[in-house]
Design a binder for this molecule. Structure first.
Ligand SMILES: C[S@@+](CC[C@H](N)C(=O)[O-])C[C@H]1O[C@@H](n2cnc3c(N)ncnc32)[C@H](O)[C@@H]1O
Length: 237
């Protein structure tokens, strides 16, 4: 497991990814991956009008427009990749910062957020980095503030098993959070569906199949492609 995780981290050159506009940039090519859209919709769905939100590992800022549609008052984005942040600055109106989420306690010292969101990014952290990040999030959240994040499911074949849901519950509890809800984003997708979804015409076909998957996965979170965990800060550390 540790080796697998290391491989995922070493595989990821975020600067290269964003500067060359790789897999994350379907939106820039005029269409988007529909399960990612559902991911953003679900995450943003926990945000109320007038709240202040931190988008951790914001990438090129795709979540921004979903948050705006919810009436969020202020959105701050943080990402370790300078290229990603340059894109986010160009594509959104959020305040963007370059830095590692591991250091958020220091980066946002003295600031408080209502909600911290992390979309599909905690899997890049080593265990100790994750603990430090969660403790940092605790320190910059208001009392009863929410930490909402999406995470690949451990049944995914293409990705290593990282942290399963019961491990998440324990880790979150240690960091002062209680889990309120877990929801599946999409059932595990056969790879052909994943491939065709990036081809505009074929994506219409796979979209229909996907909708069925999505409907079912809502009720069977354990079988989903990704899932969303919504947790509340229950205590200060
Ligand atoms: C799969 S992308 C997700 C981007 C965005 N959250 C989204 O859903 O569109 C992973 C992101 O995590 C960022 N990242 C990885 N490690 C990070 C860290 N330690 N601190 C901040 N950002 C990090 C990468 O630069 C990349 O933008």
């Amino acid at each position: 497991m540790a080796n697998n995780r290391k491989a995922v981290i070493e595989d990821k050159d975020f600067e290269k990814e964003y500067s060359q506009k790789g897999a994350y940039h379907y939106r820039l090519k005029g269409f988007s991956l529909w399960w990612m859209d559902d991911n953003y919709k679900m995450l943003a769905g926990y945000c109320k009008k007038g709240t202040v939100v931190l988008d951790l590992a914001c990438g090129d800022g795709r979540l921004y427009y979903y948050l705006k549609a919810r009436g969020v008052k202020e959105i701050v984005g943080l990402d370790i990749s300078l290229s990603a942040i340059k894109l986010a600055e160009r594509l959104t109106k959020m305040r963007c910062m370059v830095g590692s989420m591991v250091d958020i306690k220091k980066i946002f010292a003295g600031r408080l957020f209502d909600i911290v969101i992390c979309s599909a990014s905690f899997q890049y952290l080593e265990t100790e980095e994750l603990r430090r990040t969660l403790n940092g999030i605790n320190s910059i959240l208001r009392k009863d503030g929410l930490l909402v994040f999406s995470y690949p499911n451990d049944i995914r074949i293409t990705s290593p098993k990282i942290i399963n849901f019961s491990e998440w519950k324990a880790i979150l509890r240690e960091s002062g959070f209680e889990v309120l809800e877990k929801r599946g984003i999409c059932l595990y997708m056969p790879s052909f569906l994943v491939s065709v979804s990036s081809i505009p015409i074929l994506s219409l076909v796979s979209y229909g199949i996907y909708q069925l998957y999505h409907f079912v996965s809502f009720f069977i979170a354990n079988q989903s492609y990704h899932y969303v965990i919504c947790s509340r800060k229950g205590r200060e550390l």
